[in-house]
Design a protein around this ligand. Structure first.
Ligand code: UD1
Length: 336
């Protein structure tokens, strides 16, 4: 069975392509390489011992998409392609709406035209209203997003829900990720951010490898046990497996469904740094900084719906996530 993966050369995309290949699926990748490296695809193929079909193309390019669907018999699409930097999205909102929302519309049109109407969508916990109290469940209010990146994820969820309502042949699985970290156990693929990482763990990894002098802890006065922010970190390989489970359910279940993918367990910034210190075997200097704008104190999932309906549960511990991140980072200090 052939699965089209948009953004398949990226961080979560590459781990999901590996899980698909290992699960016996044929994988077609469409990626414009705007924030990824084709080396990730080469390494996925090497790890799986199987090839993918790769197109360097932008999902907004209708002609190219039409060619991809004509040349392959695509059963379903896992859609990752999009821009994902929160701060950048506040500076360049149009680029975010064009790429993420425009790209998804273009993709859905191409899918409809060829009768491929099953999509697993890469959404985010960022769509939940900040006033919700964790653990977050899928039925809690969403849409009061705080930045254009989050708004694009919310709009796309709504578009896919409307599409499934209008056309009974359309099916979608909206996966709201919490905080994916870590890397494949091999240390061959991982997160390779361009420039200074915005997210905690990629930054800690670069401190551990000597690229920055210290970790900046943004906010030490939150109403949490140690004063730092609490998030639900999950291993990217567990997350990748969640996509396979979502795909399996999509094959037999009509409609549009939403699932949290998280561990259900919150960890503070200081707990993450301590786990990373255990993984890399050295002390990581820390500097206290003011709160980052837009951040909340606590955000973690209730993952029971995914467990019940998808049969999926995140298995890996925070220590394993940090050990695998460190293996990738120390073997590939410059990324790909
Ligand atoms: C962020 C985005 C979210 C996105 C997700 C995955 C914001 C407000 N949210 O989530 O929309 O889906 O990344 O890309 O940007 N921290 C530090 N030092 C750092 C960086 C972060 O202490 O250098 C702290 C933060 O204050 C937070 C925690 O670490 O408490 C996690 O931050 P981060 O990794 O950026 O993820 P989120 O903010 O949860």
């Amino acid at each position: 069975m052939s699965i089209l993966v948009t953004g398949g050369a990226g961080y979560i995309g590459s781990h999901t392509c590996l899980a698909l290949l290992r699960g016996g699926y044929d994988v077609i990748i469409v990626d414009n390489l705007s924030n990824s490296n084709p080396e990730s695809v080469a390494r996925v193929e090497e790890l799986a011992g199987r090839k993918t079909v790769f197109y360097r193309a932008d999902i907004r390019d209708a002609v190219e998409l039409e060619r991809v669907f004509r040349e392959n018999s695509v059963e379903a699409v896992i859609h990752f392609a999009g821009l994902k930097a929160v701060k950048e999205s506040t500076e360049k909102p149009l680029e975010y709406y064009e790429n993420n929302v425009g790209g998804t519309l273009s993709l859905c049109r191409a899918m409809s035209a060829c009768g491929c109407k099953k999509m697993v969508f890469s959404s985010s916990a960022t769509v939940y209203n900040q006033s919700n109290v964790s653990p977050l469940t899928e039925d809690m209010p969403a849409g009061e997003t705080t930045n254009p990146y989050g708004t694009t994820k919310y709009f796309i969820e709504r578009i896919l829900a409307d599409l499934c309502k209008a056309d009974q042949d359309w099916r979608a699985s909206l996966l709201r990720y919490f905080n994916p970290i870590g890397a494949d156990k091999s240390g061959r693929i991982g997160e390779a951010p361009n420039g200074r990482p915005n997210n905690l763990v990629p930054f800690v990894a670069q401190v551990a490898v000597g690229k920055h002098p210290h970790v900046e802890v943004t906010g030490t006065d939150y109403p949490t046990p140690d004063g730092t922010g609490i998030r639900d970190y999950l291993h990217v390989s567990d997350l990748a497996d969640g996509h396979i489970k979502a795909l399996e359910r999509l094959m037999k279940t009509p409609g549009c469904e939403t699932f949290n993918l998280g561990t259900g367990k919150g960890s503070s910034v200081l707990e993450v740094i301590a786990a990373y210190e255990r993984a890399c075997g050295k002390k990581l200097p820390v500097v206290k900084k003011p709160r980052r704008e837009g951040d909340i104190a606590v955000c973690y999932s209730d993952p029971s719906k995914a467990q019940k309906l998808l049969g999926w549960k995140a298995e890996k511990t925070l220590d394993e996530m940090c050990e695998d991140s460190w293996r990738w980072q120390s073997l590939n200090p410059e990324g790909y």
